[in-house]
Design a protein around this ligand. Structure first.
Ligand code: HEM
Length: 462
């Protein structure tokens, strides 16, 4: 297979001018975190710095990562910054809450996540993917396509069908896509000043634009949830067997009460966003990688044809894909959509014999761990075959965590992996993706890992 190392931002030598730019970028939340990482960050076990009297730990050592996320997870809840960042979009929901609130929410949502199991979700997924293929089929051969937008449309369509039993129209897809792009760009800038100084007021253009974008997305969700919530309260639940139906039936284990309209919308917002934004970004990177490695794309096309045959995809056949599964795994390694998780120490303790004080931040970065020079051979190379040998399997077992670990592990991982297999198998069976000369996207880490220029490719029917 061809050797290919996709481009990513490498920091130049640190100079005072650069440090100043970094400081301004940090304070305004507009910088790309990846461009601030030094080569040492990819080799160290743990880094520690002090900013305005507060400790910030960057932990790469797999044992210390397990300490934070698994064995001592109660001492390291999600950082309050995540709540500040996302509250206007997802309210007080399972993704950002901690303690008893999170335990209650996770218990109440368990039946809803049963519905994301493949047997339930496969029909909705297949219809959305068939629609996506029909959209590409309607284009003249060789058309330049905004791949980010296409993968966002298909994954948003899938999760909305699973949530509400309804497809997503082109206008709705564009409106949600544009609103979330704005939110991604503006929310960090609006929130970053309060990271160390909570007393600072939230103001300015970035905050206004982020809040308006969040409101636009929430209003679209309220339009779907309001009538069905009212029907459930009136004792007239509809015939749907979707995730929303399950959220409307959920009862608080202590009080026996159902969720209010706002609480349901908070959880719907998090399922909708966590359920498509991460997958959309990774699928777009995946197609970009394949466009730049035509021999791997050809083999994936052959596998898709062999496994799926000519007709509609079936779950049973899809389970047989192997190369496509490894290609997606390798994309998750190189482009983990949640590249940095931040936790907050609540008690004095130590990490790798270094004292940690309450209030210190602990950052775990799948981006760094997945490209770590000690754990992976040829860490920057795109090589889906690496999982076939012992070295690759060992690296995978200790240094691969795109879905996190421990009790806060992603609840949608199974859904995301099957969705990716289906989308990739169906697209690659029918189309070839080629790069556009001169268009070389680079990753930018904001809320999720997206591309600085978007991802554009030409699409050719096979
Ligand atoms: C490639 C796709 C995906 C990736 C890489 C991913 C990754 C993650 C990660 C890393 C976390 C933990 C974040 C942290 O600890 O700070 C998480 C949590 C979560 N994910 Fe995903 N996710 C994906 C798809 C999905 C899907 C499809 C759904 C829903 C259908 C989903 C729903 C959630 C929820 C609700 C949480 C919060 C769980 C909790 O805190 O109890 N995710 N995800």
């Amino acid at each position: 297979m061809s050797k290919f190392c996709p481009a990513y931002p490498r920091p130049a030598r640190t100079t005072w001018a650069r440090r100043w730019r970094q400081l301004v970028g940090h304070l305004t939340g507009q910088d790309n975190l990846l461009a601030q990482l030094t080569e040492r960050a990819y080799q160290m076990q743990m880094g520690h710095s002090q900013v305005a009297g507060q400790g910030i730990f960057m932990v790469n050592d797999p044992e210390a990562v397990r300490q934070v996320l698994v064995s001592e997870h109660r001492q390291f809840p999600k950082h309050r910054f995540m709540d500040d960042l996302l509250r206007r979009l997802v309210g007080v929901s399972i993704f950002t809450s901690n303690g008893a609130t999170w335990t209650r929410q996770r218990r109440m949502m368990e039946p809803a996540f049963e519905l994301t199991r493949m047997e339930h979700a496969f029909g909705a997924m297949r219809e959305a993917v068939e629609d996506a293929c029909a959209r590409l089929r309607a284009l003249p051969p060789g058309t330049e396509v905004d791949i980010d937008h296409e993968t966002t449309w298909v994954t948003a369509d899938i999760i909305l069908r699973a949530l509400f039993s309804q497809p997503l129209s082109g206008d709705e897809a564009r409106a949600i896509y544009d609103a979330f792009v704005t939110f991604q760009q503006e929310a960090p800038a609006a929130t970053m000043p309060q990271y160390q100084h909570r007393w600072l007021p939230r103001w300015g253009g970035a905050a206004r634009r982020a809040d308006a974008a969040a409101q636009a997305i929430r209003e679209a969700l309220y339009r779907q949830v309001r009538p069905r919530h009212a029907a459930a309260v009136a004792g007239e639940p509809g015939p749907q067997q979707d995730i929303l139906a399950s959220l409307l039936q959920a009862r608080d284990p202590d009080t026996g009460k159902p969720w209010s309209l706002d609480e349901v919308v908070d959880e719907v917002a998090v399922i909708f966003l966590a359920g498509h934004e991460t997958s959309a970004g990774t699928l777009a990177w995946c197609l970009d990688l394949l466009a730049r490695t035509p021999d791997i794309q050809r083999q994936a096309h052959d596998e898709a044809r062999q496994v799926l045959g000519e007709g509609p995809a079936s779950l049973e056949r899809l389970r047989k894909v192997d190369l496509i599964r490894r290609i997606f795994r390798e994309t998750l390694r190189l482009y983990p959509p949640l590249s940095f998780f931040v936790r907050e120490a609540t008690q004095a303790c130590s990490l790798r014999q270094t004292p940690v004080r309450p209030g210190d931040s602990v950052v775990i970065s799948p981006w760094l761990i997945h490209r770590h020079r000690r754990y992976w051979e040829r860490p920057d190379e795109f090589d889906p075959d690496r999982y076939l040998d012992d070295a690759g399997r060992a690296a995978s077992a200790q240094a691969f965590l795109p879905f996190s670990l421990g009790p806060r592990v992603c609840v949608g991982a199974g859904f995301a992996l099957q969705e990716a297999n289906l989308v990739l198998a169906c697209l690659l069976r029918e189309f070839e993706f080629r790069p556009i000369p001169g268009h070389q996207p680079q990753p930018v880490a904001r809320l999720t890992l997206r591309s600085d220029l978007g991802i554009r490719l030409t699409v050719h029917p096979r």
